[in-house]
Structures are given as structure tokens and as C-alpha cells.
Ligand binder design. Structure first.
Ligand code: NAP
Ligand code: G4F
Length: 328
């Protein structure tokens, strides 16, 4: 019998790559997706990977406990991956309550559905390095104290602790992955790497002249989503549930990441980059650098795709996409 996985956030970047991996591993994949009035569900990322017909889409919302209970009862998943969230940090200052409802309390809704209908299922929570915020140690591990710096990070911290609490209170096999930034050609255009690669491609094709950014001195530990969803799956294959940092152990400024993209396209960054004070955040996370040693030791996880390779892949994908658009 094929194992069944239920994935919330199936229409997002990680949902798409995780679904692809689970299908390759022989799972039946059920994806929770919000209905929209413009299209039934936005499946563009699943379509990009050519798997939209292989994932079983279930209507649902993280805010709707009764729907989640019904879904878990019907699907009877062996593994539940909670990837759904209001995940854009900057928006969380504009929508702090919604972010709290979806990104924090939404986790409890999924945990409740699992506890009530399928307590034997294994549960994964998408925690975030944003929880470290104003970093308390130069390299962050599972032992580093948290100091969230945005409504998003505060909500994620709640999700992280409620996952641990359900593990300790009810014995659920509930694991939390503290994932550092991870990107890909499927990354939302509002996040900085994709904003950069999209703009570089537009400038190269003569569709734009400038790229406006905020704080380019911020440093992030960037990996590839494909490597990171593999870590999610590996976590749930462990006999004992636990929490793990997933990161590359290398940190880079936004400026240097940007330079990789411009250089690959044969463009001079200084001719196009404009710093826009409007794009700075009310409170910034200046630097993140993760220590993935525990995941490496416990289940041999290591990243395979480096930053340069990933940014080049993203620029190439944006060039291809925009060239098609320009031609049509
Ligand atoms: P993403 O592309 O922004 O995807 C977020 C997903 O959540 C989308 O499928 C979205 O659906 C769904 N969603 C939002 N509100 C929902 C609601 N009320 N009910 C049901 N679904 C809802 O995010 P991602 O980059 O794939 O990240 C996946 C998860 O990992 C998120 O929880 C994120 O916070 C966390 N995380 C990401 C990173 C990273 O660097 N990517 C690092 C650490 C943690 P729609 O398409 O309908 O909006
Ligand atoms: O790409 P970002 O928006 O990602 P951020 O805020 O680090 O959050 C992402 O990673 C988290 C993991 O640590 C996830 F939990 C979260 O869901 C999300 O996926 O911004 C990265 C950095 C920030 O310091 C930001 O201030 O880039 C800086 N930046 C500078 N100019 C910009 C811009 N960010 C964006 N999005 N747009 C700009 O124009």
C-alpha cells in the first residue's frame, strides 16, 4: 500500500517541490488548497514541475478547523506536512492579525485535526530561521535562544512551540524544521532573490532599466528548496520526532547575491541598482547563519546545490519565461 501524505501550502514553492519528491518516493499526495474565484486553484508551480495531474487537491483553509478535521478523517494520511502560511515577512507588519491567525493558530488547527482524527500520523511543521531574529549567537543551532523581529517571526515561534507542546502533551510524532532561507525558480517574486533574478532578466531583455532594493547589507544563509524539502521528508522518517536546523552554514549579503545575478547576465550592477528607503523594514534581521550539524549527524542531510548554481538557475529560468512572454 502506498503511503499517503497531506501537504498544506501545496500551491507554494516548497509544496510543489515536496509533492514532486513524495510522488517520486511512491506516495499518494493530497494537497490542501484555498479556493479562488479567478481559478479553481492556482496550480502554476505544480504545472511547472509537470505534476499537477498527480496531486489530489483538497479544498481547505488553515483557518477552518472543521474542514481540516474532515480532510484528515477522509484522507487518513500517514504523514502531514504543514507548509501553509502567510510567509512574506514584510507583509506581516501590514497584516499582523491575519499572519497570527494563519501562521500561528493555523498550526494548532492542523495539530488538532491530527490529534482528533489521526494521532498516529507523523507531522512536520515549517518553522523558520526568522525566529532567531536579533541573533543571540553568531551561528544559530537548535540550542540558540530565539528573538523574533516581525509579526511573522512571532507567529512562527508560536507554531514552533505548539508543535513541541503537542509532541510532549499527546505523544504525537511531531517534528519542527527550523529552515533557513531557501529559494528556487519557483520562489515568489516578492522575495529578494527572485525579485533580483526577475529584474536582471527584464533588464537583459530590455523590458526594464532598474532594480529597486532596500537593505542590501542584510545577510542570509541561502539554500535551494529542492535540498530543503528532502530534509523535511528525512525528518519524518526518523523513529523519534525532533527539531532540526536546516541551513548551508554560509552567509552572504543581499549585495553579493545580487552581484552573482548581474554578472551571470553580463550586466554592470552599479548601472541599474537603486536603493529605496521605502523598502527597508521597521525592524530588520541583519544576519542569519545556520549550523545544520544535528541533521547531518542524525540522518546524513547535506545541501547539494550552492548559491551561485542556484542564482544562475533562477536567472536562466526568468530569462526563458520573460522571453516567451515578450514573444507572445
Ligand atoms: P509560499 O511559497 O509563500 O507558500 C505558502 C503557501 O501557504 C501557499 O500555498 C499559500 O496558498 C498557503 N496559504 C497561505 N494562507 C493559507 C491559508 N489561510 N490556508 C491554507 N493555505 C494557505 O512559502 P514557501 O516558501 O513555500 O514556504 C513554505 C513554508 O515554509 C511556509 O510556512 C514558510 O513560512 C516556511 N518557511 C519558508 C522558508 C523559505 O525560505 N522559503 C524558510 C523557513 C520557513 P496560496 O497559494 O493560496 O496563497
Ligand atoms: O527575501 P526576503 O523577503 O526573505 P526573509 O525576510 O529573510 O524571509 C524569508 O526567509 C525566512 C527564513 O529566514 C522565511 F521564514 C520567510 O517565510 C521568507 O521565506 O528578504 C531577505 C532580506 C531581508 O533582510 C530584506 O530586508 O533581503 C532584504 N531586502 C532588501 N531589499 C529585500 C529587499 N527583501 C525583499 N523581499 N525585497 C526587497 O526589495
Amino acid at each position: 500500500m502506498a503511503k499517503k501524505a497531506l501537504v498544506t501550502g501545496i500551491t507554494g514553492q516548497d509544496g510543489a517541490y515536496l509533492a514532486e519528491l513524495l510522488l517520486q518516493n511512491g506516495y499518494e499526495v493530497y494537497g490542501l488548497a484555498r479556493r479562488s474565484s479567478t481559478a479553481d486553484v492556482n496550480l502554476t508551480r505544480l504545472q511547472w514541475l509537470g505534476i499537477e495531474g498527480d496531486v489530489r487537491i483538497v479544498d481547505g483553509d488553515l483557518l477552518d478547523l472543521s474542514g481540516l478535521i474532515r480532510t484528515v478523517k477522509d484522507v487518513k494520511p500517514d504523514e502531514v506536512y504543514n507548509l501553509g502560511a502567510q510567509s512574506f515577512v514584510k507583509s506581516s507588519w501590514q497584516q499582523p492579525l491575519l499572519t497570527g491567525q494563519v501562521t500561528a493558530l493555523g498550526v494548532t488547527n492542523v495539530l488538532e485535526a491530527v490529534r482528533i482524527e489521526r494521532p498516529e500520523a507523523r507531522f512536520y511543521q515549517a518553522s523558520s530561521s526568522e525566529m532567531y531574529g536579533l541573533i543571540q549567537e553568531p551561528m544559530q543551532s537548535e540550542e540558540t535562544p530565539f528573538y523574533p523581529r516581525s509579526p511573522y517571526a512571532v507567529a512562527k515561534l508560536y507554531g514552533h512551540w505548539i508543535t513541541i507542546n503537542y509532541r510532549e502533551s499527546f505523544g504525537l510524532h511531531a517534528s519542527s524544521g527550523i529552515l533557513f532561507n531557501h529559494e528556487s525558480p519557483l520562489r515568489g517574486i516578492e522575495f529578494v532573490t527572485r525579485k533580483v533574478t526577475d529584474a536582471v532578466a527584464r533588464i537583459k531583455l530590455g523590458l526594464a532599466k532598474e532594480l529597486r532594493l532596500g537593505n542590501i547589507d542584510a545577510k542570509r544563509d541561502w539554500g535551494h528548496s529542492k535540498d530543503y524539502v528532502r530534509a523535511m521528508w528525512m525528518m519524518l522518517q526518523q523513529d523519534v520526532a525532533d527539531d532540526y536546523v536546516i541551513a548551508t552554514g554560509r552567509t552572504t549579503t543581499v549585495r553579493d547575491m545580487c552581484a552573482i545575478a548581474f554578472k551571470h547576465a553580463g550586466l554592470n550592477m552599479e548601472d541599474h541598482l537603486v536603493i529605496d528607503p521605502e523598502l527597508f523594514r521597521p525592524a530588520e534581521v541583519d544576519v542569519l547563519l545556520g549550523n545544520p550539524e544535528k541533521a547531518r549527524k542524525k540522518f546524513g542531510w547535506e545541501p547539494k546545490i550552492g548559491l551561485e548554481e542556484m542564482i544562475v538557475e533562477m536567472v536562466e529560468a526568468d530569462l526563458k519565461r520573460l522571453a516567451r512572454l515578450k514573444a507572445s
